[in-house]
Design a binder for this molecule. Structure first.
Ligand SMILES: *Cc1c(COP(=O)(O)O)cnc(C)c1O
Length: 366
């Protein structure tokens, strides 16, 4: 052992585990474990990405300015208040580096996105879990958890892995109830998939709440998870702080080019949204018909609950599906050992997952 002294809080830092992509022994793999887009990447985006390959010897635009303008135009937002990151994960971590640290607390909801405690711990802050209600975030529990040490509240809306969302009035209640020194990060990674009228990603809150930061990603509906692109929108105060902290050339040039093409191709987004809405409903109904419980989802995945008796457990179902090449997400470390999260895939992928779930239940004698 050397006498190096890593920061003591790093001992408690869990490594983020992504969805599995391999099923040893299976003839083919159906990957429904990471909420990637069923429809994949738009052809226009692929063209833009390939074109960017001719200038790989050049550094990227350090400000990602054209990308910010394209995002701003698509969403009706001021590009000067957009900060781009290597995935929205980078924005979440920048927020922690900027506003949290040792002797501070970072709040998130029970069954909230796994990155929040990791990002909090990476800077020495203490993650604080607020109770949920029925797999949904509870504004009162979050507000009750606030102390003088609280610096950030993270809320994924819709939430991963539960798929539940809070409507506009609840988000307003949360923003209005937080002390102004607490940064509220509204992580809207799945915003494009929501079709309820009472949903807002939260951009319009920024005008009245300088302590609100909304984060978005290109990893889900835009179908470019491999390129690692996300962004945040907040008050000038917040975005300028994050801009100062980020690496100078954080977003690679091909990623910027692909992002610009992606955000301009709203036809592709609409297709993916419509496709998802149909299959999210079909899978919810079909899995419920098998006698399993599905948490109502606003996103591109469903959370399936198992009774956990007579052999009908999430763990056994996960093993059965994996052996047959279908990868879902089992999340025992998040306290969801009785659940499997399934990303909505292509029709034949969804049907195969269903067929195997049914076969699994039959194998247990149900
Ligand atoms: C997938 C996901 C993200 C996106 O992360 P990227 O770093 O942009 O790929 C962010 N938040 C939640 C809740 C997610 O599920």
């Amino acid at each position: 052992m050397s006498s190096l002294k890593p920061n003591p809080w790093l001992k408690k830092l869990d490594v983020y585990e992504g969805g599995r992509s391999k099923a040893p022994g299976a003839a083919r793999v159906i990957k429904l474990s990471s909420n990637e887009s069923a429809l994949g990447t738009s052809p226009r985006v692929l063209t833009a990405y390939r074109d960017a390959a001719t200038t790989l010897h050049r550094y990227p635009d350090a400000t990602s300015w054209d990308l910010k303008e394209a995002i701003g135009a698509a969403h009706g937002l001021d590009p000067a208040r957009i900060v781009c990151g290597l995935g929205s994960d980078e924005i979440l971590k920048l927020a922690c580096r900027a506003y949290a640290g040792p002797d501070t607390e970072v709040i998130y909801s029970r069954y909230g996105f796994m990155m929040y405690p990791i990002a909090a711990r990476s800077v020495g802050a203490t993650p604080v879990e607020a109770a949920d209600v029925n797999y949904s975030a509870d504004v009162k529990a979050i507000l009750d958890a606030v102390t003088a040490r609280t610096r950030i509240v993270f809320l994924a809306n819709p939430n991963n892995p539960t798929g539940t969302y809070l409507p506009r009035h609840e988000i307003e209640r949360l923003a209005g109830g937080l002390p102004p020194h607490v940064l509220l990060v509204l992580d809207a990674a799945y915003a494009e998939y929501v079709d309820s009228d009472d949903y807002v990603a939260g951009h319009e809150l920024v005008a009245s709440f300088p302590n609100v930061l909304v984060t978005r990603t290109f990893s889900k509906i835009y179908g470019i998870a491999a390129l690692r692109l996300g962004w945040g929108y907040g008050s000038t105060e917040v975005t300028e702080t994050l801009e100062r902290l980020r690496d100078p050339f954080n977003v690679p040039a091909p990623t910027q080019a692909a992002g610009i093409a992606a955000v301009r191709d709203q036809e592709w987004v609409a297709r993916a949204r419509n496709y998802n809405a149909i299959w999210r409903q079909q899978m919810t109904d079909a899995v419920s018909d098998l006698g399993l419980t599905v948490v109502p989802s606003a996103a591109n995945f469903i959370l399936i609950r198992f009774p956990e008796r007579d052999g009908v457990t999430a763990e056994a179902a996960n093993a059965f599906l994996t052996k047959n090449g279908v990868l879902l997400r089992w999340l025992p470390k998040q306290g969801l050992g009785d659940c499997l999260r399934m990303t909505i895939g292509l029709e034949e992928e969804n049907r195969e997952a269903l067929r195997l779930l049914k076969a699994f239940l039959e194998s247990t004698g149900r």
